[in-house]
Design a protein around this ligand. Sequence first.
Ligand SMILES: [Fe+2]
Length: 271
Amino acid sequence: MGSCTTTPPALTEQQRLSMDDLGFVVLERFLSPDKNQRLKAEIDEYLACDRARMPFEFPEHGRLIGDPALMPLITSIMGEGFAFHHLHTARHDAGSPGVHWHHDYEQIPQSNRSHAMVHVFYYLNGLDGTIGDLLLLPKSQRCIWERGVAGELFGNSDIPGSIVIDDLPPGSAVIVNSALLHARRAKPGGTGKPRYFVDSSYCQAGIRWPAYGGLRWRDHLRRCRELGLDQDGVHAHLFDERHFFDGAEAWQRLSAINHGSLMATRNETNA
Ligand SMILES: [Fe+2]
């Protein structure tokens, strides 16, 4: 008598095309109601303890990083062996400010998009047109620019071609190419119904990425391993230090030489 196992599904062909072309895919009701409720309770606890622990140290948040339903989706975008970059968690209460247009692709300096990075935005209470709408500029993942330059120009105003997502059921997730321009536009209302928000991000294997967590990035990865977030080694690739380099140190080195064209390696005043 054979055993029966079920492999969680990868992205559908249509979802893959959406990721490649538009730079995002919406997964309505991705989180089960139970999981969703536990995540919201952990966010309240996290804020009550004044952020004394890292978000991934809360059990449901930690499990979310290697969620069995998510891993095949990320694999279908960037192949096997990818890295976990970071996980943020937040509760946007009524009256929270917006966030200007930006992207979150980690690169020093911004120069190409040879390897994929994605963010997964989780809206635990969904989106309902209050507190903050999600703005996206489809196809902008193909452009290479500094992360905040569009925000300096446009704030969080509409841009030709931009779209607004303001109606999602609870537990929905949006996977975005990290190079996609996005913003949060503050909206009135929402008293008593916070905009609970979690985002986690992943980097394709094959190059080294700027690490998250400042001087403590190795400690964070080690802590994730200690907590068993790699699920008995099945997802050991998520927390492998070899994916990363020290971003702060790299910026320091770059700033010392970042004058004029980086291709100019000689002084050629009158050549
Ligand atoms: Fe962002």
